[in-house]
Design a protein around this ligand. Structure first.
Ligand code: ATP
Ligand code: MG
Length: 405
């Protein structure tokens, strides 16, 4: 808004010294009146300008306050259902509450029914969410067939058997369960230390069946907007039943299913809500058709007991660090493509007590690196002992086992 009113013309006075005195006086009087007039116009303009300035300051204040509330308060997610003359009908995600609310003109102009919007505590529409923020498309990995097979997994034969029985069998022979008249198991929970093959195991099951594999990490379900996580969970199960037979794999489930914490921040409340949605989806599993759930965690101790209640996961399968046989098999798998010299895998299996699969995989890579450094293509036992030493050194200097990728 630009307001620069033109300034009044400055009155000019020309007095002819030849003029009679009374005429000069009259001219002066007239001039005085003109000046007075201009003075008034100017002070009027000044008042206007001051008023305008006040208005602008108020607007700045208001915007700053709005900005502040936007920054400090949580926004909720909703869908604009209908745009009416006297407002917008929105439906809140999470609780499905419908509310008639108002949107600023700028927002209403760009708003279409069906758009997803972020609303504040008093249901005011704050922003329209772009299509790209639609997390459903982003976060879920729908994968027809991951490339891990059971043969790639060392040890864990008992765990493989259990997972196949609980997940693969019901997917392949769902009629058999129907014929017998029992509900097939809904899901399994894999738990154990990091790097022991839990993610591999879930992928291998998917590889073995023709089922659609939908993978989602728990951390991806923890969303910024209130109601968003619950919506994602709903979407996840919906997507699976659209693509049955399907396997839903929720990796790192501890991110949304940890024990309730003391703090009452809105972030925690959002995680809680996401977990409640997950529990209710798990409870209503039968209607989902031929869908199985696999979840994995390396923080079993952290899990909320609600998620472990009978009827939710049919099997809790522990995936431990490998024993001697497992370690030998894992070493075989990870050295399969390497050209080995005098390498004694039996001895290595004995010397790697406590190593996980991931640590053994990185031991093999490290040994390969020593061979490369010495410009050899054949990997020797010396390379492996050097690699072991390097790993032990790293553990010593940090006091904790080194983290393996
Ligand atoms: N039993 C195993 N057999 C063969 N390789 C393994 C095994 N366990 C782990 N690995 C190796 O370690 C890598 C990581 O394994 P994976 O991702 O399955 O671990 P995880 O149990 O899911 O760990 P996290 O709890 O950290 O998610 C694999 O890609 C593989 O190279
Ligand atoms: Mg994993």
């Amino acid at each position: 808004m630009s307001r620069s009113p033109s300034l009044p013309k400055r009155p000019r006075l020309e007095l002819d010294p030849e003029m009679p005195l009374d005429e000069r006086l009259a001219a002066l009087k007239e001039h005085f009146a003109d000046v007075h007039q201009v003075n008034e116009t100017l002070s009027e303009q000044l008042t206007n300008a001051q008023n305008h300035r006040e208005e602008l300051t108020e607007q700045v204040d208001k915007l700053q306050r709005e900005n502040q509330t936007l920054k400090s308060s949580s926004l909720y997610l909703a869908t604009a259902e209908e745009i009416l003359d006297d407002g917008v009908v929105i439906k809140q995600h999470g609780n499905n509450q419908e509310v008639l609310t108002e949107a600023s003109q700028a927002i209403e102009q760009n708003l279409d029914a069906g758009d997803r919007v972020a609303i504040d505590d008093s249901f005011g529409i704050q922003t329209i969410l772009e299509a790209e923020t639609d997390a459903r498309a982003q976060a879920m990995q729908v994968n027809a067939r991951p490339d891990v097979t059971y043969e790639d997994i060392g040890g864990l034969s008992e765990q493989i058997r259990e997972v196949r029985e609980a997940v693969e069998e019901p997917l392949i022979n769902s009629e058999q369960f129907e014929a017998v008249g029992i509900e097939p198991p809904a899901g399994v929970l894999l738990h154990g230390p990091p790097g022991t093959g839990k993610t591999m195991l879930a992928k291998a099951v998917a590889n073995q069946t023709d089922a659609t594999f939908i993978r989602m990490a728990g951390s991806e379900l923890v969303q910024k907007f209130i109601g968003e996580g619950a919506r994602l969970v709903r979407d996840l199960f919906e997507l699976a039943s659209e693509h049955e037979p399907a396997i839903i794999f929720i990796d790192e489930i501890d991110a949304i299913a940890s024990k309730r914490t003391e703090s009452k921040t809105s972030g925690d409340a959002e995680v809680q809500r996401t977990m409640m949605q997950l529990l209710s989806e798990m409870d209503g599993f039968e209607e989902r058709g031929n869908v199985r759930l696999i979840a994995a965690t390396n923080r079993f101790d952290m899990l909320d007991s609600a998620i472990l209640r009978p009827g939710r996961f049919d099997r809790l399968i522990e995936v431990p660090a490998p024993d001697w046989d497992g370690r030998k098999r894992i070493l075989e798998i990870h050295t399969e493509e390497m050209s080995l010299g005098d390498v004694d895998l039996d001895r290595l299996a004995s010397e790697t007590d406590g190593f996980t699969g991931a640590e053994l995989a990185s031991l093999a890579t490290e040994a390969g690196m020593f061979a490369i450094r010495n410009e050899r293509t054949t990997v020797t036992m010396a390379d492996f002992t050097d690699a072991l030493e390097k790993i032990a050194d790293a553990e010593d200097s940090t006091g904790t086992p080194i983290a393996f990728a």
